[in-house]
Design a binder for this molecule. Structure first.
Ligand code: ZN
Length: 237
């Protein structure tokens, strides 16, 4: 598409709030001339002084793709489909609950530290600092997506009693990394989707395939913590 100074300026004018009053008051041609930005003088069509500045046909040509040779796998006029209500995945909330859930349903916590090729040294430092100071279950390095975690990560697990120290400690010592802190209840999907805390920004997790593991009698098996670190440093206070 050939470069069109007037068309570019017309779009800029549309986007800029400061120019709208000027355009509304005096028309595009006068506005462009006042700023000396109109390029070669060209008389504006008399009917084009307001919202029709950008030619309709050209606009459509820019945003309307050429007809494709294939077919949409979703069918056509999908906008007319009825609106379904998704099934709730928050336990106990299929209807408005009568009572809050007991916080004692949380048996342990995981802190998942995410990193990439630019931040792995920070992740390693945080990992060492954590193991030096806390009695936790420290997992291995995961350099590939694992479970609901879609980027490289490691985790350490800890008991609810440690939460009042570990959460503020991670807040102050994240080194800017993204950290997911999730509880372990009898519903891993909800633990990752709805019961989570994040240090710094959140990032995608995909726990929709997670199922609650059960024992031979059908009772939910809740994630347990088996500490494997030996702290050697007194935590800074
Ligand atoms: Zn976890």
């Amino acid at each position: 598409m050939p470069h069109d100074v007037e068309l570019d300026q017309a779009w800029a004018d549309r986007i800029s709030p400061g120019r709208r009053g000027l355009l509304a008051g005096s028309g595009v041609a006068a506005g462009l001339m006042a700023l000396g930005a109109g390029g070669p003088a060209r008389a504006a069509p008399e009917t084009s002084a307001t919202a029709s500045t950008v030619p309709r046909a050209e606009t459509l040509a820019v945003i309307t793709p050429a007809p494709a040779s294939g077919q949409s796998p979703w069918g056509y006029e999908t906008v007319g489909e009825p609106t379904p209500r998704p099934t709730s995945v928050r336990p106990g909330e299929q209807v408005l609950p009568d009572l809050p859930r007991p916080y004692t349903a949380i048996k342990s916590y995981h802190a998942h530290v995410y990193f990439d090729e630019d931040t792995y040294e920070k992740a390693a430092l945080l990992r060492r600092w954590s193991a030096e100071r806390f009695t936790v279950e420290l997992g291995n390095w995961n350099l590939e997506p694992r479970g609901p975690h879609v980027t490289p990560s490691y985790y350490f697990g800890f008991l609810p009693e440690q939460l009042p120290v570990i959460v503020p400690w991670l807040q102050l010592n994240s080194l800017g990394l993204t950290i997911l802190i999730h509880p372990n209840t009898d519903n891993p999907k909800a633990d990752h989707l709805h019961y989570a805390l994040w240090v710094n920004r959140a990032q995608p997790v995909n726990p929709y395939g997670m199922r609650t593991p059960v024992d031979a009698d059908g009772h939910a098996l809740i994630e347990q913590i088996f500490p494997n670190t030996t702290p050697s440093v007194r935590i800074e206070v």
